[in-house]
Design a protein around this ligand. Structure first.
Ligand SMILES: *Cc1c(COP(=O)(O)O)cnc(C)c1O
Ligand SMILES: [Zn+2]
Length: 446
């Protein structure tokens, strides 16, 4: 079976603020040299429209069952819409994407929603949605190196999940990687991932924003390729989350999509995915988008309250939602544009709200990370405010696997998390190994 996409599809970089700058995807460039804005990948939609919408749906669906790469990847099964000119032999995939859409039936019915579903993006090779974008970025780097572009290594700043994804994909491709982590601000599981994959791990005595600043400075050297989400190649892979969600729902988008936001690349990516589906006629309307932030790292929420006049960078405080502990989001302007196009809102969650919302979802069989807890708490609050109407169909982007955050879970159920009242704690029962005591303990099961 041929997996090479039909020729004639093209994409290139364009200035995201529309100043007219364009460049080849095979240039090492992250910002518009004319106005300093971020770049975006612009697809030739006319060429893509040469295939009718119904045929795209058929193609995407037929590839979904494939056991072989590249179509076994949820991202590369949509190759033509992601990075059409990337040769199949340069794809670096670990089998990302194609994740469950998990219904939370009890929570939906308690909240009066028609449906509440988790797009489980953390059911993924390195345990977070970052894999969806990183497969595209690392594949592009592999292609650049094959073309003779002198890239020695790939580098990123991270709150834990980007570095795990980058180091895994780079290891698979045989490309050296360097990760900048804020010391003591990522979970132990997240720290050990790049270590295991052979990355050079720099643990810096600063926060994420400090790491981000440094990595931007060192990647001014073109031999070190920047892998943060200001690099718009990652957005192209993450955009597929929106495409896959609509495919899961037989191309009938939900009423609301709720996304936890830190650096705000993912909210922008989902927006781009929905917009492209609509422009191509695969869906007929857009969902509304809600971005959810931790109250302790809420610059977008504050800007939203102020009518999006401006971003006031803040010092993000320590939060259980450590992957979104970001005070100066790189994709702020992109995210504001997305929210404006999707009649969007921004909500925030306290430590107690996010931890209890995560525990509530866990009772239905998932294992929710604290960031997904932020999004679920936002759903509870937006329903209570009447912003999300009763009877709505709601999808939440679950961004990471809870197994990366075992300390958070243990602390919750022990009741030892600061500023959290554990309303659903389920601590183990400690007993002598005696039949009578065991029988007595089981009485409450009925
Ligand atoms: C990166 C990350 C986020 C935030 O995504 P942004 O694109 O930075 O807004 C949320 N949750 C988890 C688990 C993450 O790793
Ligand atoms: Zn520009």
């Amino acid at each position: 079976m041929s997996t090479q996409p039909s020729s004639g599809f093209r994409a290139e970089y364009a200035c995201s603020e529309g100043c007219g700058f364009r460049a080849s995807l095979w240039e090492v460039i992250y910002r518009c040299p004319k106005c300093g804005s971020l770049l975006e990948v612009a697809h030739d939609l006319e060429a893509l429209r040469s295939v009718p919408a119904a045929e795209w749906k058929r193609r995407f669906e037929s590839r979904f069952g494939s056991a072989r790469l590249p179509n076994a990847s949820g991202v590369w099964g949509k190759h033509e819409w992601v990075c059409p000119e990337l040769p199949v032999e340069d794809i670096v995939s670990l089998g990302e994407g194609r994740v469950p859409l998990m219904p939370l039936r009890r929570m939906a019915s308690e909240l009066g929603l028609a449906s509440l579903e988790l797009k489980e993006c953390g059911v993924s090779p390195t345990g977070s949605f970052k894999d969806w974008g990183m497969t595209v970025l690392v594949s592009a780097v592999k292609h650049l190196r094959a073309r003779g572009v002198p890239i020695r290594a790939v580098a990123c700043a991270s709150t834990g999940d980007t570095s795990a994804a980058l180091s895994a994909y780079a290891a698979a491709a045989g490309i050296p990687s360097v990760v900048f982590l804020p010391k003591d601000k990522v979970s132990l599981a997240q720290l050990v991932q790049p270590i295991a994959n052979g990355a050079k791990v720099l643990s810096l005595d600063t926060d994420f924003d400090g790491c981000m600043k440094l990595v931007q400075q060192v990647t001014e050297d073109r031999g070190l390729y920047l892998a943060n989400s200001m690099n718009s190649l990652r957005i192209e892979g993450q955009k597929v989350v929106a495409m896959e969600l609509c495919q899961d729902l037989d191309w009938e988008p939900p009423d609301w999509v709720v996304i936890p936001g830190g650096n705000l690349g993912n909210a922008s990516a989902l927006g781009k995915g929905f917009q492209m589906l609509k422009a191509m006629g695969l869906i007929s309307r857009l969902p509304r988008i809600a971005v959810a932030q931790a109250q302790r790292a809420n610059p977008l929420f504050r800007a939203f309250r102020g009518g999006f006049q401006e971003l006031l960078p803040m010092k993000a405080e320590k939060t259980l939602a450590s992957a979104i502990q970001i005070g100066n989001p790189v994709s702020f302007r992109r995210a504001v544009r997305t929210l404006q196009a999707f009649d969007g809102v921004v909500e925030e969650a306290t430590e107690s709200e996010l931890a209890n919302a995560a525990a509530r979802a866990d009772r239905e069989g998932t294992f929710t990370c604290p960031h997904t807890g932020v999004a679920l708490a936002a759903v509870e609050k937006l329903v209570a405010q009447g912003v999300i109407a009763k009877g709505s169909r709601v999808a939440v982007v679950s961004t990471a696997h809870g197994l990366k955050f075992a300390d958070f879970k243990v602390g919750y159920h022990r009741g030892t998390l600061a500023d959290v009242e554990s309303r659903r704690a389920n601590p183990p029962v400690e007993l002598p190994a005696e039949l009578g005591a065991v029988r007595k303990a089981l009485e409450s099961l009925g």
